[in-house]
Write a protein that binds this ligand. Structure first.
Ligand SMILES: Nc1ncnc2c1ncn2[C@@H]1O[C@H](COP(=O)(O)OP(=O)(O)OP(=O)(O)O)[C@@H](O)[C@H]1O
Ligand SMILES: [Mg+2]
Length: 299
């Protein structure tokens, strides 16, 4: 969707001169001209048609405040990319959107987190139902040690989405088609999923996620283990899915953020520094810290 200026750090650390010592995050934060003000995000963090309304969100692991007063709307059917240096809280914030952090004992989430106006953290909220609405694709493909068919049919079965075998067959086929995998696997649906290539496994996991018709798909570095061809397939898929789903993608690849997302959110040490149209973030970032990051002044 956007081209990146030639001087932009493409995030792949190998692009840096191996001998060049990059400043640490803390050093950079103390040297930069523009400081980060807690709770203040520059750009356009709010949206009219918010799917998620997130206000003053804080996430703690014990005493460590990993997310610091973040406010953001995620609009219906947008693709938003989360970028920022390692450890800045991208995964933590992403996982708070479908309560994946619930399983981390030391983790506490504060603030307002609403999905379609409903409190995600209401104790009456059924977490299994929430995760069917807000699906997740992980960095490492994690198919079940079952057949290709059973992987995709798993969610529809436990959620009772198909009464007849033919309905289930239809869901499996349409999910695999949407994930761009049908032609590769239609003759071996009974084969075990763990025998597929990494790229196929990741697309299978996407098919498994969309088989329960989620409204939102969260993706945490979904292509980091994939080769360029498989990556291109997943990116095409994201573009297609964005017609009907809201997608939040964490990525370390700035080219990927530029290719697939409408808006980009830049995180730094738990703060949400800037949110803007992806083209603005990569061509004319408003905040000095964003600019420093995308031009490779630290990593
Ligand atoms: N399960 C956990 N228990 C305790 N602390 C955690 C846990 N997960 C993350 N953290 C801490 O929270 C902070 C943010 O981590 P997080 O994994 O969200 O960063 P990230 O931006 O996703 O990094 P990366 O790009 O390396 O994936 C870090 O300080 C990390 O050490
Ligand atoms: Mg992460």
């Amino acid at each position: 969707m956007t081209s990146i200026p030639a001087n932009a750090n493409m995030s792949e650390k190998t692009l840096h001169d191996e001998n060049q010592e990059l400043p640490t995050l803390a050093e950079e934060a103390s040297h930069t001209g523009e400081s980060i003000v807690e709770g203040k995000t520059v750009g356009t963090p709010y949206a009219d048609d918010a799917k998620f309304k997130l206000r003053d969100v804080e996430v703690f692991y014990g005493e460590n405040r990993a997310i610091k007063s973040v406010s953001l709307d995620i609009a219906t059917n947008e693709v938003i990319a989360f970028i920022g240096p390692s450890g800045c809280g991208k995964s933590t914030f992403l996982r708070s959107l479908n309560r994946m952090n619930d399983s981390v004992e030391s983790c506490r989430v504060k603030g307002t987190l609403e999905l379609d106006g409903q409190d995600l953290y209401d104790p009456r909220q059924d977490v299994v139902e929430l995760r069917a609405r807000v699906g997740m694709v992980f960095q490492k493909p994690n198919p079940f040690p079952k057949s290709i068919y059973d992987n995709v049919a798993y969610g529809p079965r436990i959620h009772g989405l198909a009464n007849r075998k033919s309905d289930l067959d239809d869901i499996v086929e349409s999910s695999l088609r949407k994930a761009g995998l049908w032609d590769e696997v239609k003759d071996r649906l009974d084969a075990t999923a763990t025998g597929m290539s990494g790229g196929q496994q990741q697309r299978l996991c996407i098919a498994r996620t969309i088989a329960v018709s989620p409204e939102v798909v969260l993706m945490d570095e979904p292509c980091s283990a994939l080769d360029p061809i498989a990556t291109a397939k997943v990116e095409e898929l994201i573009a297609e899915l964005s017609q009907s789903y809201t997608i939040v993608i964490v990525t370390h690849s700035m080219q990927q953020a530029a290719r697939v997302s409408h808006r980009t959110a830049y995180f730094h040490l738990g703060h949400l520094v800037e949110v803007n149209d992806t083209s603005t973030v990569f061509t004319a970032p408003e905040h000095q810290m964003t600019e420093s990051y995308i031009t490779g002044r630290f990593g």
